[in-house]
Design a binder for this molecule. Structure first.
Ligand SMILES: NC(=O)c1ccc[n+]([C@@H]2O[C@H](COP(=O)([O-])OP(=O)(O)OC[C@H]3O[C@@H](n4cnc5c(N)ncnc54)[C@H](OP(=O)(O)O)[C@@H]3O)[C@@H](O)[C@H]2O)c1
Length: 282
């Protein structure tokens, strides 16, 4: 049985990777900061490693007898006082260095779709820098570039719960977000693939208007959408950037930027956004 270490196992995607790997007969080691956070996944986990990926000394000699490392480590909503360079770049580099020392055979890194079009964003700069370090490391690798996860699109559902959804432009920009378990299954299927990079999104290409309509439909509420001109979103971003630190504006600028462009990646999976929104309904 081959061993896979999931770094970021406590996150949205990490948890689904742990489950999918175990279902596909891999021995799963979960690398987390706090083990209790994923206690509910005990039946899928063969071994826990509690370590701080931002502190390389805590990783020393921990990645032994591991065939493949999959890292989903990155800042999404965490407020630890660290920058994207500290986590998305350096923490992943710490993991890669330790994996190389310990003789790991492959490193799989979860980055983001359309990174080359989003190079101005701090989060993307850190992710691209790590991807480059991985490519030149000599370690066999696979970089996954996924479209938005359903967990992120839930922001639109949360607005619908409060009766009004705010969208940029005319709401006709399109994307194919993906369910976390579908994405995890795809990554597991590609563990032995010769591919170096994969771009992946979900099965439905939806306009932002359609996403909002699905949310109102699931909630049984009357549709109410307000449109914010794209020029105003750029203006708002400038103000947020000026008055807040990267910890505050980073996630906001990422979300606002991807909402102002079409985001369509290769389609995969079966789970629909409607099915996911139904699980969010209280
Ligand atoms: N969400 C999306 O729509 C989307 C789309 C494309 C790509 N991605 C990328 O895919 C990856 C996984 O996303 P996700 O939605 O699963 O994110 P998530 O739920 O926030 O999980 C991120 C993981 O990184 C860990 N982490 C963050 N900061 C850390 C720190 N300072 N020290 C140690 N560990 C830290 C978290 O640990 P804790 O649980 O302990 O905080 C968690 O396990 C991220 O790199 C994200 O940028 C996300």
């Amino acid at each position: 049985m081959r061993s896979v270490l999931v770094a970021g196992a406590s996150g949205y995607l990490g948890q689904r990777l742990v489950q999918s790997l175990s279902e596909n007969n891999f021995r799963v080691t979960a690398l987390v900061r706090i083990k209790n956070k994923i206690k509910h996944l005990d039946k899928y986990v063969a071994k826990y490693i509690e370590a701080e990926v931002t502190k390389p000394e805590t990783l020393k000699d921990t990645i032994n007898e591991i065939d493949v490392v999959i890292s989903t480590v990155g800042i999404t909503k965490q407020r630890d006082g660290l920058t994207y360079m500290d986590v998305d770049y350096r923490a992943n580099l710490n993991l890669l260095n330790e994996a190389q020392k310990c003789g790991v055979k492959k490193f799989i890194y979860v980055s983001v779709f359309n990174g080359h079009k989003l190079k101005d964003l701090k989060i993307i700069q850190a992710k691209l820098k790590f991807a480059e370090a991985l490519r030149s490391s000599g370690m066999p690798y696979l970089i996954i570039n996924p479209n938005g996860f359903f967990s992120d699109v839930s922001e639109i559902f949360r607005m619908a719960e409060k009766n009004t959804v705010y969208l940029f432009g005319d709401g006709n920009l399109k994307a194919n977000p993906i369910d976390g378990k579908d994405l995890a299954d795809n990554i597991v299927q590609n563990i032995d693939s010769d591919k170096k990079e994969i771009e992946i999104g979900g099965p439905e290409i939806l306009t932002q208007n359609q996403i909002a309509e699905i949310a109102f439909d699931v909630l049984g509420k009357k549709k109410k959408i307000r449109y914010i001109p794209i020029w105003m979103s750029r203006f708002l971003l400038k103000i947020i950037r000026f008055f807040t630190t990267v910890k505050i504006y980073g996630p906001i600028e990422f979300f606002m930027t991807v909402l102002t462009m079409d985001m369509i990646a290769d389609s995969y999976g079966k789970t629909t956004l409607k099915e996911y929104f139904k699980t969010l309904k209280k």
